[in-house]
Design a protein around this ligand. Sequence first.
Ligand SMILES: [Zn+2]
Length: 291
Amino acid sequence: MLRTQTTLKTSVSIEGVGLHSGHPVRASFRPAPAGHGIVFRRLDRPETEIPARVESASTFDYATTLSRDGVSVGTVEHVLSAAFGEGLDNCVIELDGPEVPILDGFVRLFHAAGFERLDAPVRSLSSSEPVRVSRDGRSVSFQPDGPGLTITYEIDFPHPVVGRQELTVAIRPEEYSTRIAPARTFGFAKDVEAMRARGLARGGSLHNAVVLDDAGVLSGPLRFRDEFVRHKVLDLVGDLALLGVALNGHIHARKAGHAMHIEFARALAASVETHGVRDVPAESARRRASR
Ligand SMILES: [Zn+2]
C-alpha cells in the first residue's frame, strides 16, 4: 500500500465565490516539493503561509477555518477533501481573498493539471489503538483495521428527503472521484436568513448547494438519493486531511460535524504520539484534545 508523494504537474486556477462571504475569489494551485504538504497563501497577506494542519484549525461552526499569526482562510474542507481523496500530498493554494470558493470542480481541476510522482514515500498513520470521541448521541471512532482508510458515516435528519442515511466507502481516488466528490453541500432554507444575518452563507445558492424546505428540495434534482451522507463523508475527509498523513483503519462517524471531526482528528494525533509515531506534531493536538 506504500505509495510515493505527489504534487501537481503544472499550476492551475479556478474562480468562484466564498460560501459564507459571498465574495468572488480566485484559487491558484501550484506544485510544491516532497514534505511541503498543503499550504495556503493569501495574496493580500503573502508573508504568512498557513499550513493545512490540525493545529491551525480555529473555528468550525458551519465550516473549517485555518489561522496563523492573525491571518485566516475559511471553508478549507472541500478543497482539502479533494486533495486527500485524490492523493495530492504537496501543493501551494493561493487565494486572492479570505475564503476558498464553493465549488465541486476541484477533482476535475487536479486531473487537468496532472499528478507528478515525487521521490519520497507518503507518511502514514497506523495507530494500534481504537480512538473515540462522543457526545449527545454523536460520535466519531477509529478502529485500526487497515490497510487503507474506510469511512462509515450515519446521519439522521427528521426530513422527508433526508431521513436516516448510512454509507461505507473506501477512500481511494477512483471511489472518491465518482462517489464522493460530486456530492454538494446542503442546508435548510429556514436557517439561511439567520445565517446571513451572522455573515454566513452569503455565497450559498441554489446553484452550488442543495437547499431544502420543510417538504422537499428547492434546488432541482439530487445527484444521488443519499447525496447528504456522501457530502458528510466529503467533509470528514477534508477535516482528516489536516492530519497531513495517510490513514489506515476504519473510521465510523455518527451525526457528527466539523467541530467533532476536528476534535477527533486531534485525539487521533494525540494517540499516535503516545504510541511513538512522530510524524504528527501532536503537542498542540494533545493540549487541545484534553480540554
Ligand atoms: Zn461541506
